[in-house]
Design a binder for this molecule. Structure first.
Ligand SMILES: Nc1ncnc2c1ncn2[C@@H]1O[C@H](COP(=O)(O)OP(=O)(O)OP(=O)(O)O)[C@@H](O)[C@H]1O
Ligand code: SF4
Ligand SMILES: [Mg+2]
Length: 399
């Protein structure tokens, strides 16, 4: 367990909606409301330095979308993502600043003027609030734009945030040997002044990921390696530039079961030794247990339970987590479980989300209120949260 308490990633009320494409005929002739897939819906969590944070849940619950948002490969619909305290989604350019200034000091005052003529006192007050926010945003933007340290940190992101891909068969270029594959980010980002230093670093990284002796591997091509060895090369490549944050989306799911745990342990050891914050995405609770200090269980875009891995897997409080644990090969035969709960039916679509608790159509504990109240994460104790209006009753927890 990590002792460090330095936040590397803060996801704050992050939402990602994908518009549902309509057919041409429907789009042209039917005036229906735009529908959205609620891939990620208002999620909040922090990953500390040296901490491995797991996202678990069934297929389609929004795990990969969350990873892509944190990697800045997708733009969020709303919410904030801070990387070491900085909102990295903003690129802090002069045109960006000018558009914010125009918005705050030109378009907003026009809107306010119009609302003064046509709208009620409440709507004017609301507008004033929004206008003040826009002015504040423009000011913060300007401060960041003039802050060399902030700009340097954003420039460094390519080095500081890395990804380990799911498929080691596709992600390594077949034309490069192991030396070139692992050295590529070092060379691109000009981390070392000399080629000798680059090569020494590559040998060190191969050694760290268990490809020993490294000299035996540097001249090999991906097709000359086993799946597990390829993924170790992928891990070495990600760690070689001393990243501060790594996203690994199902990094061992394509590999033989016999090598999975070994590779995860290597990743875990490296991230602990080097203080790297790690986002580990998996649908396999047993692997989450090997890897993660903290986990968040996702259901249809929402986090329904979040906290220390051992506690959640040993004694889950949310009905969905209980059902997930009951449904998969036992991660811990001694785990305390109240009963073996089936989950009713399949994961519904992320478009027509049930009112109230979105798990209610599948929850064996659902009562009438569950279709009226949308449960928010409640603090069970420090660092442990659950979103279920009946969790105390279900788990016989006294107030
Ligand atoms: N580019 C996209 N356009 C439209 N919908 C998308 C897109 N990407 C993902 N989705 C939808 O968003 C939801 C979440 O998808 P996501 O891939 O994040 O789930 P996941 O938890 O990673 O699933 P899996 O375990 O199968 O990888 C799904 O309903 C998916 O169909
Ligand atoms: S709020 Fe109701 S439906 Fe949702 S998980 Fe809890 S008991 Fe089940
Ligand atoms: Mg996925």
């Amino acid at each position: 367990m990590s002792k460090s308490k330095v936040p590397v990633i803060d996801a704050i009320h992050v939402t990602k909606l994908f518009p549902v494409m309509k057919g041409i005929i429907e789009g042209l002739f039917k005036r229906s409301e735009q529908q959205y897939v609620h891939a990620v819906d208002d999620i909040t969590f922090t990953i500390q330095e040296g901490e491995t944070f797991g996202l678990v849940g069934e297929s389609g619950c929004g795990k990969s979308t969350t990873g892509m948002l944190l990697l800045q490969l997708l733009n969020r619909t709303s919410g904030t993502i801070l990387y070491k305290g900085i909102d990295v989604a903003s690129s802090f350019t002069w045109p960006g600043y000018i558009s914010r200034i125009l918005n705050a000091h030109f378009f907003m005052p026009i809107g306010y003027g119009l609302s003064y003529i046509f709208r009620s006192k409440e709507s004017r007050e609301l507008f004033t609030e929004v206008m003040n926010e826009a002015i504040k945003e423009a000011r913060i933007y300007k401060e960041n734009l003039n802050d060399k340290e902030v700009l340097d940190r954003i420039k460094n992101l390519r080095k500081e945030i890395q990804v380990i891909f799911q498929n080691p068969y596709d992600s390594l270029s077949p034309r490069f040997n192991v030396m070139d594959i692992v050295a590529e980010p070092l060379r691109l980002l000009k981390v070392y002044p000399s080629e000798a230093e680059v090569e020494a670093r590559v040998l060190h990284e191969l050694d760290s990921v268990g490809l020993v002796p490294p000299e035996d591997f540097i001249n090999r091509f991906p097709h000359e390696l086993s799946g597990g060895q390829r993924q170790r090369v992928g891990v070495a490549r990600a760690f070689t530039v001393d990243p501060k944050f790594i996203v690994a989306d199902e990094p061992v799911s394509m590999l033989d079961v016999s090598v999975r745990v070994g590779i995860l342990r290597t990743m875990n050891q490296l991230s602990k030794e080097r203080g790297t914050a790690f986002l580990f995405i998996t649908h396999d609770l047993a692997l989450a247990r090997v890897m993660c200090d903290q986990i968040a269980v996702m259901y249809l875009g929402r986090i329904v339970e979040r906290g220390p891995t051992e506690e959640i897997l040993h004694n889950p409080l949310h009905p969905y987590t209980k059902a997930l644990i009951a449904a998969v090969p036992k991660p811990d035969p001694d785990a305390h479980r109240t009963e073996d709960l089936p989950i009713i039916g399949e994961v519904p679509s992320g478009i027509d989300i049930a009112p109230g608790c979105r798990f209610n159509p599948r929850c064996i504990y659902a009562i009438e209120e569950c279709s009226q109240i949308d449960p928010q994460l409640e603090t069970v104790k420090k660092g442990y949260y659950v979103a279920c209006i009946r969790y105390k009753e279900i788990n016989k927890i006294k107030n």
